[in-house]
Design a protein around this ligand. Structure first.
Ligand SMILES: C/C(=C\Cc1cc(O)c2ccccc2c1O)CCC[C@H](C)CCC[C@H](C)CCCC(C)C
Ligand SMILES: C[S@@+](CC[C@H](N)C(=O)[O-])C[C@H]1O[C@@H](n2cnc3c(N)ncnc32)[C@H](O)[C@@H]1O
Length: 257
């Protein structure tokens, strides 16, 4: 089990409040997880309190750019029904929420809050407990799905891709952002050096040495861009293309059903 968030241009009717990270409001359903990947979930729970801050420092804020690109390439648009899989603290879910927006006059309210962290459109987010390997949604339900740094962390990637395909409407896109397992010796060496000499030492100052050492091993066990394209096609997507970001340190797969 883990973190899902669906942004649907309708008021949230969530049934259970466990509180999203930044918007603890009545009606937002949080997320709890208990599953075969409990240890991995526990790892992310330990990181959660410093997650956004560590990323801003380590990536010099670039992770926000990469996430905006991921959401943009999902082609989510106003009025769509979209899903952010493995949503964690909800960075991509909030971006998607702004893309799909609210109907009519509410839009003005959202616009007037443009400079505030909270936006009226966030009312369209449903925070859902769920498993990316067994999504609680009917077939052909979403106009777009994003996955930010999640596919690498699920225990069955082919099954996750098949589930994403199942819940997508025909012609719609999945946009999957993650670290890039580069085929370039130089890029792979730079990424490995940065993790060993920047990421892990800084994470250690937060008591997260082992958690961020897992990060390095998870990247080494991840798929290259070409393998991700193959994974998507084998799952049934009609097309799939992987694009490198951040000088090849990150990558984004765009797959169309
Ligand atoms: C948002 C990012 C990573 C999320 C993340 C994903 C995981 O699977 C983890 C697993 C275990 C522990 C932690 C994570 C985790 O944090 C990407 C941005 C944050 C990165 C940690 C920063 C990486 C920095 C680059 C290697 C170098 C950037 C150079 C330049 C400033 C762009
Ligand atoms: C590195 S975090 C990414 C969070 C967020 N998407 C982001 O871009 O920052 C990975 C997230 O995947 C979630 N996760 C891992 N396996 C999952 C699964 N099988 N189902 C749902 N969520 C899962 C974890 O709980 C964690 O919140």
């Amino acid at each position: 089990m883990g973190t899902l968030a669906a942004a649907i241009p309708a008021t949230t009717t969530a049934s259970r409040h466990a509180g999203g990270r930044r918007h603890r409001r009545r009606g937002s359903v949080a997320v709890r997880c208990s599953s075969a990947a409990d240890e991995r979930q526990a790892l992310f729970s330990r990181i959660a309190p410093v997650y956004d801050h560590v990323h801003d420092v380590l990536s010099l804020g670039q992770h926000r750019t990469w996430k905006r690109i991921c959401v943009s390439w999902s082609m989510a648009k106003r009025g769509d029904r979209v899903l952010d899989l493995c949503c964690g603290s909800g960075d991509l879910a909030f971006l998607l929420s702004q893309k799909v927006g609210l109907d009519g006059q509410q839009l003005q309210t959202a616009a007037s809050r443009q400079d505030q962290r909270w936006k009226a459109c966030y009312k369209n987010i449903k925070w859902i407990e769920g498993d990316a390997l067994d999504l609680p949604f009917t077939d052909r339900y979403f106009d777009a799905v994003t996955v930010g740094y999640g596919l690498r962390n699920v225990v069955d990637r082919p099954k996750a891709m098949r589930e994403i395909l199942r819940v997508l409407k025909p012609g719609s896109r999945a946009s999957v952002l993650d670290f890039n397992k580069s085929s370039s010796f130089f890029t792979a060496s730079l990424q490995s050096w940065a993790i060993d000499n920047v990421v892990v030492p800084l994470a250690s100052s937060y008591g997260l040495t082992e958690e961020y050492k897992y990060l390095k091993s998870s990247i080494s066990q991840y798929l290259t861009g070409e393998e991700l394209e193959k994974l998507a096609k084998e799952a049934g997507f009609s097309s799939a293309k992987h694009y490198e970001l951040g000088g090849g340190l990150m990558g984004n797969l765009v797959a169309t059903r």
